[in-house]
Structure formats: structure tokens, C-alpha cells
Design a protein around this ligand. Sequence first.
Ligand code: HEM
Length: 422
Amino acid sequence: MAEYRTVADAYLGSNDFWLKPLDARNDAFAAMRHETKHGDGMCFHEELSVIEGGIRGPGFWSAVTYDDIKEVNRKADLFSSAAGITLGEQPPETLEFFGSMIVMDNPRHAKFRMLVQKGFTPKMVAAIEESVKVRAKRLVTAAKDKKAAGESIDFVESFAAPLPLQIICDMLGVPEDDEQQIFDWTNTILGAGDPEFAMDLDGLIMGAAGMFDYAQALGESRLLDPTDDIASTLMHAEVDGERLTAAEFGSFFILLAVAGNETTRNAISWGMHQLTQHPDQRELLRANFDDMALPAADEIVRWASPVIHMRRTANEDVQIGRAKIAAGEKVVMWYWSGNRDEDHFPDGHRFDITRSNTKDMEGYGAGGPHFCLGANLARREIQVIYDEIFRELPDLEITGEPDRLVSGFINGIKRMPCDFSV
Ligand code: HEM
């Protein structure tokens, strides 16, 4: 077992670290990148805190440079996802609910991905785009009405949180009346480390089980009675004569609801935050929207890194740089850090939509087999909501500090006030 070794007060397994201001987080990762490149190689960290009732793990290696992250991600035969993709241990009671493709290895993963890709073809994404536009317009109108009625507006609540959720629900054919319930379940699942949402393990399991039962019933109904939604496509798709079972659909639904929601929500929120802080960038984007919207959407995901890390477990002894990783040890890929690696993104903590290589960022993964299935959809959602805001609420600004989620996994914003004239 490797010895614990860290730099710059970077106790990545502790919530205290994730409470620090972003500048301090940035400095700590810069020091670790320096140590990795010019010192003794990758750091090995102690796992300091876990959710109440969870399992304390044996420690983990930190891949913090852009190149190390790419290497770990691409060598999926050496670095397994099946033992879990977050820093902490996954409680066995939750495996049924969180056992979808993101925690599968080949050959199972490749087969599953082939099946569900049928729901993410360019044609499918184009069909969803119409619903993204309709939903974005409705949110803007609702916020205008609320403001006109004298109420204050929270950016997360009014724009960033509802849009991705509504899109997933539209894709999967969830009725509007059930959307709030799905939203509450995803908050419970992803906020498990934050005191505001923290439930004990039982609470987490109840949230996941509720969503799982709901999704299974939806899948079964689409199998018997198909409509034109993606749930129907997925339930009827076949690879090698095999279809998804209702239980597989249930855990895939949870994956989509969690992976597609909180990530896009936080990209949209951090993006508006950064565009408010950098009026020159905002004006550049507004004035050249057709050309700049896509690079800006990628710069937002690079800067925000809504998924801060993904974890793998070594299948056999393997060396990355100077680090000798033993079979069974965990390696955590810190996308937040890879996206700030000075060798690829100079002055990486600076938000700059004119960077020439933002499309190479690692916010959606680093090119391995698990690369984000919803990346194109997320890119569209981010562009459409800003397009709508710039046209209908041109002076919208963030007016207060973001209230951040305490998490080393999701770079989240719970609340953030905004204002605009009506
Ligand atoms: C800004 C928004 C998003 C970000 C930053 C993001 C990020 C990520 C990351 C980092 C991974 C893991 C990649 C890896 O380990 O190599 C991932 C996987 C995944 N994402 Fe996203 N995601 C976003 C939006 C979405 C959306 C909108 C959907 C679906 C509607 C989605 C569905 C998935 C799925 C299904 C996987 C698992 C793919 C696999 O295991 O093969 N994501 N995403």
C-alpha cells in the first residue's frame, strides 16, 4: 500500500477542503500538478471523511495533470470503473440503483452503450432541441412575470435548475406533474455530502429506490405501449437480440437524471456568474453569438468543471509517471485540475472564451470509452438558455455570491441571486 503524501494542505478527502474559496482550491491543485510533474510524482491521499453510515476507503492516488488524466481514462482495460466512479466507496445496498453503464467495464459497457446510443443520435438530439427552446422561453417568461410581481429572482431556481431537468423529463416522457419529485430525488442523491441535503445512508437509498421504482414502471409501460419518446426507443432497441430489462432501464434513468441534470445546471450557473464577472467576455459573446456560442459553452464547462472528479481502480500493477500503482488501488482523475493544467490552458483559472483549444478540455471526460453520452445535448442546452436570456433579459446580472454545494464531486451552486429590468 502506498504511503500518504500530499502538498499545500490539500486534504482532498475532507469536506473542509471543498469549502475553501475557489482560488485556494486552484492553488492547491497547482501545487499538486507541480509536484507531479517536477517532484516525486502523483500524490497519494488519505480518505478523511465519508457520508454518515458509509464505508471509509483505503486512500487514493490523485491524477492531476491533463496528460495523466488522459492516460488513465484511455487505459480502460487497466483502470476499471466497475468498483465505483466516485472517491468514496459505494455502499453495496445502492449497487442496484447506481449500477448503470458509468460503472460498467467492457465488454458489458460497450454493448450497453451501443444500445442506449440509439437514444442519443443527432436526429434525437435535434428533436430535443425544439423542446429545449420551448422550455427556455417558458422559464424566461415565468421569471419576467415573477419579477414584475415584485419578487426577487434566484438564477439557479428560475433558470439553471429547471431547464436540464425538464429536458431529461421530456426525453424520457415523464409527465410535468412528476418533475418536482424527480428533481427532489436527484438533489438527495447528489447532495449527499452537503449538510443541507445530507441524509444518512437510509435517506440516500430511499431517494434512489423511489426513482428506480418510478422509472421501472415507466419503462414497462413504454414496452407495452410505445410513444415517440426516448424511453420507448430505449425499451425497444436491440443489440445482438437483447433488449434492456425494466431494471436496467431503471438504473439508466437514474444515471441520466443525475448525470444530465446537476452537471448542466451548474455549467449554466457558473457560466452566468463568470459572464457577469467579465462584462467584456459577455459583450463578445452577445455580439458574435453564432460564432462564439459553442466555444463559450466549452470554456464554461472547462472553467466550471461541473464534474470535479471521476475515479478508477487499477486492475493490475501499473506505473503512471513516477507513481507505482498497485492492483486494487484507486486513482482519482481530477478533471477540475486537468482543465487548469498550465501546459494546456495557460492561466487556467482565468475565464476566456477566446482560448483556441477549449474543445480539448476534459470536462466531459478525457476521451475514454465513458466519454459523456450527453455532451452534445448539454452544449445545446447551455447555448439555447443564454441565447434566450441575451435576447429577452439583456441586462440580467448575477447580484450576489454563489451559495456553493459542499462537494468534491459536483462543483455545484445551490442558490445565486440575479436581477434584470422588466
Ligand atoms: C455540462 C454538462 C455535463 C457534464 C460536465 C458532464 C460530464 C460527464 C463526465 C465527466 C462523464 C464521465 C466521463 C468519463 O468518465 O470518462 C459523463 C458521463 C456520462 N454523461 Fe455527462 N455530463 C454533462 C451532461 C450530460 C447530459 C445532459 C447527459 C444526458 C442527458 C449526460 C449523460 C451521461 C452519461 C449517460 C454518461 C455515462 C457514459 C458512459 O459511461 O459511457 N451527461 N458526463
